[in-house]
Design a protein around this ligand. Sequence first.
Ligand code: GLN
Length: 230
Amino acid sequence: MCRHLAWLGSPRTLSELLLEPAHGLLVQSYAPRRQTHGRMNADGWGAGFFAPGRPEPARWRSSRPLWTEASFASVAPVISSSCVLAAVRSATAGMPADETAAAPFQRGRWLLSHNGVVDRSILGPHPAAESVCDSAQLAAHLFDFGPERAGEFVADLGKRDPGARLNLLLTDGARILATTWHNTLSVLCTEDGIVVASEPYDDDPRWTDVPDHHLVDVRAGEVTITDLEA
Ligand code: GLN
């Protein structure tokens, strides 16, 4: 089970979001606090972020553990963005280990990360997927289906694949969508933005946990949480 995070608000540096928090993605890459499958996330990482005047996000992905990335640690304090989606990866058995299998996956403005596992034979192969990794296949199918309909997609796929774990995190730079389906998720609303993350990156008492089988929708500073099975 990987760990992921999204930020939407005033510009923050990648270092502030990923590297500096006491229990941020850097620490979660070797010592996650709430992970139920796998003990660490050493099989790569990725960060997607939006820049002014550029409709599509930039991505930095790697197959290496985040804690080994000295060059990234050097530039992360000077890259800031108002919308970031990042993940650290614990590869599912049998999945490729190269950087094309690391989230976030992208199509146009949309970025997607997946904490979990899905049976690829139920999804079916997708020629436009970035990798044969289950999460990349899932991303390609959801980009076709409509990223705005992620909740509907997860509720349907969860019924077709009862063994699936489907915590998704998506953004298009203006909105964050996240699902809980057999994995943890928390939300933090601050003065200048909103964080949606697999687990709290610090001990701020304002973090709230999202119940399982729910959809989180962040838009215009508002967070809406709805039951996926209602
Ligand atoms: N199944 C995905 C992969 O192999 C995600 C794994 C995870 O959530 N740990 O990368």
